[in-house]
Design a protein around this ligand. Structure first.
Ligand SMILES: NC(=O)c1ccc[n+]([C@@H]2O[C@H](COP(=O)([O-])OP(=O)(O)OC[C@H]3O[C@@H](n4cnc5c(N)ncnc54)[C@H](O)[C@@H]3O)[C@@H](O)[C@H]2O)c1
Length: 331
């Protein structure tokens, strides 16, 4: 079986490729092609660092998902049965500064990669989306059927990308597709601009950590933390067991306020709260993300990395032990 992974040099994509090539839950004859443009967030080094670059079942092509001619050529020559579409611009703060690359990659790129998948006769297209498409919720959790209400440019383009997949899937020859919406991922190989790797790598150097703060809301925003290995397992599981045309939430089942998470890190490194640098909340800073995992559980999926304190300690230790991976990425 052959699978194409877009964005496989990024955080989740590279962890997913590692899962495909090393897990005994995945057929051992699976061949993986990684299509990635290697933007600032994409690093061939992830795959090298995982000792997978020379794996005979792995190949890489540097390409832009927005280029239909190149994408068509890749589909024709590799002929994948399943596509896992991770490639995206993924950082909310960057989308607030300039949303142009988000519109191009996340909307147009998804259109191209899905449309060409349909022409190529791909058996299943797995589109990776986010819980941010629902927007914020004060109490309770969003179901897959809840109305989407994205509040930042990143989330808006991800919601539009889902629409494109649905449109392409439901028109003409049709495309068998599934959409996953996962919570905030954490784990190794995450670019140190996102909260956990940014804070951990700052604290390793004894530097302050910028926590969004106001008198009314001193770091109280809530995120649901999903270990990247559980996300990768869930995405593969859904690709094998999910139903065509369906959306599956992938929660972390570990909601914490940002101040709680920050205190965990300070505790791990034995550092004082004075290192919290209070910065203003960004405009449209969603207060709480929460998604229900009932549909995924009903499909038979179980998380394996729910011990958040233990996992966060493991993560801190990974960054401590792998400075050659992250130091070149720090400003
Ligand atoms: N990180 C999270 O917590 C999270 C949560 C939910 C959903 N997601 C989704 O998961 C996916 C992966 O997220 P991530 O955190 O690994 O992102 P990332 O920024 O680490 O990686 C994105 C990858 O896409 C590649 N890419 C960007 N533009 C491209 C283009 N035009 N053509 C080909 N490749 C291109 C980059 O080079 C990079 O390797 C995204 O679709 C994101 O929306 C992420």
């Amino acid at each position: 079986m052959k699978v194409l992974v877009t964005g496989g040099c990024g955080f989740i994509g590279s962890n997913f490729i590692r899962y495909l090539l090393t897990s005994n839950r995945v057929p051992s004859n699976l061949q993986v092609k990684n299509l990635d443009l290697m933007t600032y967030a994409g690093r061939g080094k992830n795959i090298e660092h995982m000792n997978l670059a020379n794996n005979s079942r792995y190949s890489f092509v540097k390409a832009d998902i927005c280029d239909p001619v190149v994408v068509r050529g890749i589909y024709n020559s590799f002929d994948p049965e399943v596509v896992f579409h991770f490639a995206a611009e993924s950082h909310v703060d960057r989308s607030n500064q300039n949303n142009a690359p988000f519109k191009t990659t996340n909307i147009l790129g998804t259109q191209v990669i899905a449309e060409e998948a349909k022409h190529a006769g791909v058996s299943r297209f797995i589109h990776i989306s986010t819980d941010e498409v629902y927007g914020s919720i004060k109490e309770g959790s969003f179901l897959e059927s809840s109305t989407l209400n994205p509040t930042n440019p990143y989330a808006e383009t991800k919601a539009r990308a889902e629409e494109e997949v649905r449109k392409i899937g439901n028109s003409g020859l049709g495309l068998d597709y599934i959409i996953t919406r996962s919570a905030n991922n954490y784990g190794p190989y995450q670019f140190p601009e996102k909260l956990l790797p940014l804070f951990i790598t700052n604290l390793i150097d004894g530097k302050p950590v910028p926590l969004m703060w106001s008198e009314k809301n001193p770091g109280l925003n809530v995120r649901d933390w999903l270990h990247v290995e559980d996300n990768c397992r869930a995405i593969w599981y859904v690709s094998q067991n999910g139903n065509a045309g369906e959306v599956y939430n992938i929660p972390g089942d570990n909601e914490r306020t940002n101040i709680d998470m920050t205190r965990k890190l300070l505790y791990y490194f034995g550092l004082p709260e004075e290192l919290i640098e209070k910065v203003p909340h960004r405009s449209s800073h969603d207060f709480r993300y929460s998604i229900s995992g009932d549909k995924l559980k009903a499909l038979g999926f179980k998380h394996e990395h729910l011990a958040l304190d233990h996992e966060v300690n493991r993560l801190c230790s990974w960054y401590e032990n792998n400075p050659e991976w992250w130091r070149p990425l720090k400003k």
